[in-house]
Design a protein. Structure first.
Length: 323
């Protein structure tokens, strides 16, 4: 009996030790310090992970706890992005309760697994949906106030919209969140699909704490090369805290070529700047940036044969960099 009791105690300690090593247990609440997002010890944690696809169409079936568990345990993702489709068909504007449930299921499981999670208002026309966005984030902020795992990404990708419009939207949504959650990190978009971060840096949002800015790129897109890196370098130098909430191994249309050398150049840049990143995307759609092969199971547990070339590459990167 003594031996059995000792084994039980040892098992409890081992389980506790595993839990203690989760990304959130290690890093705690995230805050902005200067031009960096830092952890509870004041150090940039450089979180790396995976974005679920739009919570519409082919990507919807992967919004479940089993996938969150697999991304955490097998891919070693430290951060997961729940990309709630706002429009068109079957999005939040048409089915708010169904969409909220998909997001909450993912967020709650990410919290259980001790990983960070981005609640992403996945919209290109946020400025046309301010009342809906405010209502959604007010509900999320009340539900997750003070939970260190949760990050609010309030506008995925403003398209060809001026910074004044994006800033006006952002200030309104931030103010709504801060009524209920005074502390958790909020991520703001910028014009031209989160590329004009230098424009935002010239006139940043003030009056609120813990505000960072999303930066997006697609590694082999001809328009996303030295010039785009220079824009981000300029923004960082101007004091803007960045997080890469979306990037893909191919081109910005989700397809195109997958060039390892071009991906390495971007990866080296991100690592040099100690930026956290989230790769796009968990879907089995047949395109370059899809992580999964067509008909991959909806509950994780994917074999090597069920991963796309992008999926195999990203899994390897995460398992090496997040060790």
């Amino acid at each position: 009996m003594k031996m059995k009791a000792l084994l039980i105690v040892a098992g409890i300690f081992a389980y506790t030790a595993v839990l203690a090593q989760t990304p959130v247990a290690v890093n705690g609440a995230l805050t902005v310090k200067g031009n960096k997002i830092v952890n509870k010890n004041g150090i940039p944690p450089q979180l790396r992970g995976i974005s679920l696809s739009w919570s519409l169409w082919a990507g919807r079936k992967y919004y479940n706890p089993a996938v969150v568990d697999w991304l955490s345990s097998d891919f070693k993702a430290a951060i997961i992005r729940a990309s709630m489709g706002v429009q068109p068909d079957s999005g939040y504007l048409q089915q708010p309760e169904a969409q909220k449930k998909l997001i909450v299921d993912v967020v709650d499981e990410a919290i259980k697994q001790g990983v960070y999670v981005l609640i992403d208002w996945h919209d290109h026309n946020g400025h046309l949906h301010i009342p809906q966005s405010k209502a959604f984030f007010a509900e999320m902020a009340q539900k997750y106030k003070g939970v260190p795992n949760v990050i609010y990404e309030i506008w995925n990708e403003p398209a060809r919209i001026g910074w004044d419009t994006v800033k006006n939207y952002s200030v309104q949504v931030i103010a709504e969140i801060r009524k209920y959650d005074p502390d958790n990190l909020i991520v703001v978009g910028s014009p031209k699909w989160d590329q004009d971060v230098d424009v935002a840096a010239a006139n940043p949002i003030t009056g609120f704490k813990n505000i960072a800015y999303s930066f997006h790129y697609y590694a082999t897109d001809p328009n996303h090369q030295d010039g785009l890196r220079a824009k981000a370098d300029k923004a960082i130098k101007m004091g803007l805290p960045l997080i890469v909430t979306e990037w893909g191994v191919g081109e910005s249309n989700g397809d195109g070529k997958f060039d390892l050398a071009m991906n390495k150049k971007w990866m080296d840049w991100v690592e040099k700047n100690k930026l956290s990143w989230v790769n796009w995307n968990i879907t089995d759609k047949k395109e370059t940036t899809a992580i999964l092969q067509p008909q991959a199971p909806a509950n994780g547990g994917w074999t090597a044969a069920q991963l796309s070339p992008a999926g195999a590459y990203i899994r390897d990167q995460l398992r090496v960099l997040n060790k």
